[in-house]
Design a protein. Structure first.
Length: 666
């Protein structure tokens, strides 16, 4: 059995002395429960880090995985003097680790350790940009003026510059993007505020820490620019632990890709026009070139607007050049590229004089590179697409397969990577996640850590007797009727998790008018506000999609039912999904069985995991999709879920929720 902690006072703790029924944690944590799965995971993490191996751990809800990876990470960092990064899927989990778990361990563990907390640069104010903004027309109306005054006063006092401290201001401050510290606008050590900079301070704290807590977006943003002069913020590390590791493929695809938007071009032009250039003649030339870029860019984006409505769409080289000739869109791209080049050439003489001009020159060159990369589509390993959101146009290029990139940039370079989540395996196999992320079998161990929850006695899986195929026109009406029946049995207290916004809206309209319970709808307020309202409203029902399938924790009888409308297969027409499917098929694989099904299983397990959050919870999972029973792959889904009694009888729901003895078998 591994010995995890050694201090100068010769306190040596074996696993059972830490995690056992009478161990150090049990003696200091009022809600401690002995969990064999937690002990097994802690041992596996300790071995992986000390032996410089990688590890995949599926640790279901109730395993206690946070302490199971934190304690070995702390022990390793203290023993070796090497830093360990903890990367989480959300900022909320970061805050839980830093504000709850780390202080608890500092209190009870022998010896000392240090921990630091890092978020993405855009979460922090830039002192230089904020000072410049005071003299620029960035505010619209009296309300924004008042909000900016509050920000300015806050900047005089804050030690962190973290946007989170501005709790009394709107979450979507319109001017925040003009004063934040994101990397593309950073002028680095040439900035007059470099020593006082909140990013500089954050990085200095991290340099002194044994444990650094980041999130996946920051980790991969940093990984994609490591070795560059600008943008990198995370200090060097020997090991990294990824919590909520099921998110890694999509996050890595985003940060190893490229993106250019109409907002990005417009901001470059605006910043060029704000440059402090004293030579009136040269400034006039630069201003004229900036106006030219604006005019041409508007034409470029408008031609996309004529062809595409809101949503995601693949774009192809034929959109720009056809039969060897430029299309109208290709012609306007050429003019836009030339206009950006002209503006850059005019700025170049000033780059040596001001750091701002140098930064803008770098931004223009990057924008030209990204536009050229996406339009030329010369790299066949990328999928090229456009996403429209309201007035926003986002041209994107994402790698179809990130496995080689991750192997080269992460798994071959970092001594030990631990990947954990409540949902990593399909059935009992890690083959899907291994192949998607590029993990070497020879250097990677796996563990299915046992959950402490008794699903067979705490939950029931309800599959309605007769439901039509979810693609049939009558499915939504019949699903709404089934949801009404279930909600009346559970007295509300339910999440209705849908696989699309359209399905969510339709079911909400059909159900909310037929039940007496208060129904909430995702999108009507912020996610945090919705969860708080749900918790505080007796017998409430929440209709939600996407982000509510994971990372949401509501304990107790307030959430006694999770209803899922359909199996969560990825939308086949989504450009990235379609490209991955095509890539697998062209490589001789079977995309449905090796990609679509395992991915949907992992997502379904996330949704089901919202129900049982403690040993005292009880409830029902209802899945309305008949393919669980009618399709051959349905058994793979059922075998991947926690072991629960399956029923077609609605009365079993009533029986479960009315039991007084939770140990009684259904």
């Amino acid at each position: 059995m591994s010995t995890l902690l050694k201090s100068d006072s010769s306190n040596n703790y074996a696993l059972d002395e830490l995690f056992g029924p009478n161990g150090l944690i049990a003696r200091n944590h009022e809600n401690y429960e002995f969990r064999p799965g937690q002990m097994a995971m802690a041992n596996a993490v300790a071995e992986a880090i000390t032996e410089s191996r990688h590890l995949l751990v599926e640790a279901g809800t109730g395993t206690g995985k946070t302490l199971a990876y934190l304690i070995p990470a702390i022990a390793y960092a203290r023993k070796t003097g090497k830093r360990v990064i903890i990367s989480t899927g959300t900022k909320n989990l970061q805050e839980q680790l830093m504000e709850k778990d780390i202080p608890f361990l500092k209190k009870i563990l022998p010896g000392k350790f240090t921990a630091a907390y890092m978020k993405g640069r855009a979460n922090y104010a830039c002192l230089f940009r904020a000072a410049k903004a005071e003299h620029q027309p960035i505010l619209d109306g009296l309300e924004q003026t008042r909000d900016f005054e509050k920000v300015r006063n806050w900047l005089a006092d804050t030690q962190t510059g973290d946007r989170k401290e501005l709790a009394d201001l709107p979450e979507d401050l319109p001017f925040w993007n003009r004063i934040n510290a994101r990397s593309d606008t950073c002028i680095g050590q040439k900035c007059e505020e470099f020593e006082r900079c909140f990013i500089t301070r954050m990085r200095a704290r991290a340099e002194e820490a044994d444990i650094v807590i980041v999130n996946h977006h920051l980790f991969f943003a940093d990984l994609s620019v490591r070795g560059n002069l600008y943008g990198r913020v995370i200090p060097d590390y020997a090991a990294v632990i990824f919590d909520e590791a099921h998110l890694l493929e999509d996050v890595a695809s985003e940060y190893f890709g490229f993106q250019i938007s109409n907002f990005q071009i417009a901001e470059i032009v605006r910043d060029v026009e704000m440059l402090p250039i004293s030579d009136a003649g040269e400034y006039k030339k630069i201003s004229k070139s900036a106006m030219r870029v604006t005019t041409v860019a508007d034409q470029f984006w408008n031609r996309f607007a004529m062809a595409q409505s809101d949503g995601r769409y693949s774009i192809f080289k034929e959109h720009f050049i056809c039969n060897g000739d430029l299309t109208p869109l290709g012609e306007i791209f050429e003019i836009l590229d030339e206009s950006l080049g002209r503006m850059a050439a005019l700025l170049e003489p000033f780059a040596g004089e001001t750091a701002e001009a140098e930064s803008l020159l770098r931004r223009i060159r990057q924008a030209r590179f990204e536009l050229e990369f996406i339009v030329s589509q010369s790299d066949v390993n990328y999928i090229y697409w456009i996403e429209r959101k309201g007035r926003g146009f986002y041209l994107k290029a994402s790698p179809v397969d990130v496995s080689e990139l991750l192997r080269e940039k992460l798994f071959d370079r970092v001594e030990s990577c631990v990947l954990t989540s409540a949902t990593l395996a399909s059935g009992s196999s890690f083959d899907y996640i291994r192949s998607r992320l590029g993990l070497d079998d020879a250097k990677t161990s796996t563990l299915l850590a046992e959950s402490s929850f008794d699903y067979e006695n705490q939950a029931v899986l309800y599959l309605p007797r007769a439901m039509p195929d979810p693609r049939s026109p009558e499915f939504t009406q019949l699903a709404a009727g089934e949801i009404v029946r279930i909600l009346n049995l559970t007295q509300g207290r339910a999440f209705v998790l849908c696989t699309s916004n359209h399905s969510m809206a339709a079911l909400y309209e059909l159900v909310s008018s037929r039940v007496k319970f208060h129904c909430f709808l995702q999108g009507t307020m912020s996610k945090a506000a919705l969860i708080e309202a749900f918790r505080n409203t007796p017998n409430a029902v929440l209709f939600a999609t996407a982000s509510f399938w994971q990372g949401v924790d509501v304990q107790g009888e307030q959430l006694s039912c999770v209803i899922i409308d359909k199996l969560p297969f990825a939308v086949p027409t989504d450009p990235l999904v379609a490209a991955r499917t095509r890539y697998i098929e062209e490589s001789g694989g079977r995309a449905f069985s090796s990609y679509s099904v395992p991915q949907a299983i992992i997502t379904l397990k996330q949704g089901v995991g919202r129900l049982i959050r403690s040993r005292s919870d009880r409830g029902v999972v209802a899945i309305l999709d008949p393919r669980l029973k009618t399709k051959s792959y349905g058994r793979q889904f059922l075998e991947s879920l926690p072991r629960m009694r399956i029923t077609e009888d609605p009365e079993d729901i009533r029986f479960l929720l009315n039991r007084t003895d939770r140990n009684e078998l259904i």
